[in-house]
Design a protein around this ligand. Structure first.
Ligand code: ZN
Length: 392
């Protein structure tokens, strides 16, 4: 018996289970490094920069190919603790990391998730703020901001107004990081209220502010995500019973873990089979001021609920190429629907401009009729906060 125990002990990674307490920076680093050493085949730990006081901003990636993007595998990210005193999200993400790596190969659903998604997890965007929190402090007077006393959640470019606040090292690090990957979906964990919040956080009359709301063109998708998340959290659901009365069409919520959302993904090729970067890919009647563009592999990802859609692919100088797609309901397939699109063009596509000069101007929103503001995840944090998951 002892022999058998010893043998099992040799097979399983030697790592102490994470305790249910708050973890300061040294303990968090020790945990993340031990995870990355013991689960090196499915994790990759890196620092995206440093806080004002020089603490590392750690990101742990979990995925079957953790070190690099693979075509067809969407990138997902979690960011927590951007308000240093909102620490539950930080601990939740540490426990999520432990749950993911220890479930790989044992739980079919998690194994499938790790096979099909590359998950970037940043437990703390504001480690200085976390360390500044005083234990008996029950008021919002220390730790929310970074070390220079700036609120990091008000420190990113804004789609609707010019933000003149000096950009902080933590913010700059995250903005650079966002440009290194094509993030498809993100969640941002806060503390203070128990609710799943979806974008936008601010707006203009054309996005609906006169009706006390500010909606994106993808509002159906975001509402679906928020409701699905809330429905999986008994406390969150109970706190706001009105939300639970909303019917989910086609029962698509039942039986689903909260984030295998259907979307369409694929690559755009020219007639010679060469992947095309910087090509605009949009869903008809769902126009963004700053539309989604293919990445360097010609990849696109569109988050859509089941239904019929027309995808509009536009190469500058050419007419839009239309492709019809139907996303079936109740699909049990974990992965998104794959739809590669071959454009009927030849060699004259060599000079696709890097970016539309009108696009990155901030704020994006110009009160355009029939448009609402862009949702371009690689540039703006308001998409990072598309899930403002608030825990009391
Ligand atoms: Zn917050």
């Amino acid at each position: 018996m002892d022999c058998a125990r010893l043998w099992l002990g040799l097979l399983l990674p030697v790592i102490a289970a994470l305790d249910f307490s708050y973890h300061h920076q040294p303990e968090m680093e020790e945990f993340l490094k031990s995870i990355s050493q013991n689960y090196s085949s499915i994790t990759h730990l890196h620092s995206i920069g440093e806080s004002v006081e020089g603490r590392n901003l750690w990101v742990l990636i979990v995925g079957r190919f953790p070190k690099e993007h693979r075509i067809g595998i969407p990138e997902f990210k979690y960011v927590a603790n951007m308000h240093g005193d909102e620490a539950v999200g930080r601990e939740l993400l540490l426990h999520l990391i432990e749950y993911l790596v220890t479930s790989d190969g044992r739980d079919p659903e998690i194994t499938n998730l790790i096979n099909s998604t590359r998950i970037h997890i940043m437990p703390s965007m504001n480690p200085d703020g976390f360390e500044a929190v005083l234990k008996p402090d029950c008021f919002y007077n220390k730790g929310r901001e970074n070390s220079n006393f700036y609120d990091l959640n008000r420190n990113f470019p804004d789609a609707f107004e010019f933000n003149t606040v000096p950009r902080q090292p933590e913010t700059v690090a995250v903005m650079k990081w966002l440009n290194t990957e094509t993030f498809v979906l993100s969640a941002n964990l806060h503390g203070g209220a128990l609710v799943a919040s979806y974008p936008f956080d601010n707006g203009v009359p054309a996005t609906g502010t006169l009706y006390s709301r500010s909606l994106t063109p993808d509002d159906d998708v975001f509402q679906y995500l928020a409701r699905t998340y809330a429905s999986r959290n008994p406390d969150m659901r109970k706190r706001n019973p009105c939300r639970t009365k909303i019917e989910f069409p086609g029962g698509i919520v039942n039986g689903y873990f909260w984030y295998p959302l259907k979307g369409v993904k694929g690559q755009i090729f020219d007639q010679n089979g060469t992947p095309l970067p910087n090509v605009t890919v949009e869903v008809q009647d769902r126009k963004h001021v700053c539309p989604y563009r293919t990445n360097k592999f010609g990849e696109y990802y569109l988050l859509l609920l089941p239904g019929f859609y027309v995808i509009e692919v536009t190469v500058p100088g050419h007419n839009p190429h239309l492709t019809e797609v139907t996303i079936p309901p109740k699909s049990q397939n974990f992965s998104a629907l794959k739809k590669d699109i071959l454009l009927p063009f030849t060699g004259q596509l060599d000079h696709i401009p890097e970016s539309d000069p009108l696009c990155p101007i901030i704020p994006l929103y110009r009160d355009l009729q029939g448009h609402s503001a862009a949702t371009k995840p690689s540039l703006f944090l308001f998409l990072v906060t598309l899930f403002h998951i608030l825990f009391k």
